[in-house]
Design a protein around this ligand. Structure first.
Ligand SMILES: C[S@@+](CC[C@H](N)C(=O)[O-])C[C@H]1O[C@@H](n2cnc3c(N)ncnc32)[C@H](O)[C@@H]1O
Length: 281
């Protein structure tokens, strides 16, 4: 029996997120993904809202984008997911880290890919969801220039990879569209720059200046390519305005929780959101 048949028997059309490592990032960030669609459709619904996602894993962010489309764009739009769904961590620097070992196993066994396939098939039929399995570095140059309203970057978090994903994505964003990403726990002006440089191949480390854990590769690459960016709890975004990339305001945004999240992730998102609500600009 195939993986897909088994998942269909066990879960029917219910998405699978009640398993370990299904939601990798801080759950609160998905509120901002949904709000991004609210922001882009505030003036008018769009006939053809195109979203490109780099790094889909089990599909948690894919389903959050889709929820934004359902709520604010009459369930219309297209989501293209780019992911290699194959082991990618540099095990010379990450071998002892629990979450890395779990991710590598789920990728190497194709469990991650099959859960993504199952989850993406639960979307409404009015939302076209296609996936391209391969390395973003090879796939992004093949995609249509100035075509996407949203390009979301959440693939490999090592510096060289994030830098290339941002550089290759910038040309894909249409006028007034946004480039955004996950896991900007600290911006470069907030952390120890020398340590960020030294650890830029590592996924997640502690910043000695703030004591916070962060992704030095994301922090450095975002700062180099875009400078200081709009950011809410680690979800970052900039809007294309002619030749410039401008910050975005989400003030007044509706607060919507991802309906595909299990209860513990909703609780975590709510509590985190309450802590930062007053500072949203
Ligand atoms: C942090 S996870 C994505 C999480 C997802 N956005 C979510 O919210 O659930 C990173 C994903 O990027 C993929 N990835 C890593 N390096 C990649 C590369 N060079 N090209 C394409 N995908 C890559 C991995 O297979 C993994 O699924």
């Amino acid at each position: 029996m195939s993986y897909q048949s088994l998942l269909k028997i066990l879960y029917a059309r219910k998405p699978i997120f009640d398993v370990k490592r299904a939601i990798l990032s801080a759950p609160v960030r998905h509120i901002f993904m949904i709000a991004t669609i609210w922001f882009l459709t505030a003036a008018a619904k769009k006939d053809d809202l195109h979203i490109l996602e780099i790094g889909s894993w089990y599909g948690a962010s894919t389903l959050s984008w889709a929820q934004g489309l359902e709520l604010y764009n009459a369930a219309r739009g297209a989501i293209t997911c780019v992911d290699a769904w194959s082991a990618f961590f540099d095990m010379n620097v990450h071998a002892e880290v629990d979450y890395v070992r779990d991710m590598e196993e789920a990728l190497a066994t194709d469990a991650a890919y099959n859960i993504f396939l199952h989850n993406s098939r639960t979307l409404p039929q009015t939302i076209q969801c296609q996936h391209m399995r391969g390395l973003s570095q090879s796939i992004l140059p093949q995609l249509r220039e100035k075509y996407y309203d949203v390009v979301f970057i959440d693939g490999d978090h090592a510096y060289d990879a994030v830098k290339e994903d941002i550089r290759k994505s910038m040309r894909l964003v249409k006028e007034q569209g946004v480039i955004c990403g996950d896991d900007l726990n600290l911006q470069l002006h907030e952390c120890d720059v020398a340590v960020a440089q030294e650890k830029k191949r590592m996924d997640f480390v502690q910043d000695p200046q703030t004591g916070k854990n962060y992704h030095p590769g994301v922090t450095l690459a975002v700062a180099e390519q875009l400078g200081e960016v709009s950011s809410w709890a680690g979800f970052w975004m900039m809007q294309k305005q002619g030749r410039r990339w401008e910050k975005v305001s989400l003030k007044g945004m509706p607060v919507v929780y991802p309906k595909h999240f299990p209860d513990d992730a909703i609780r975590a998102a709510k509590s985190h959101f309450e802590d930062i609500a007053a500072s949203i600009s």
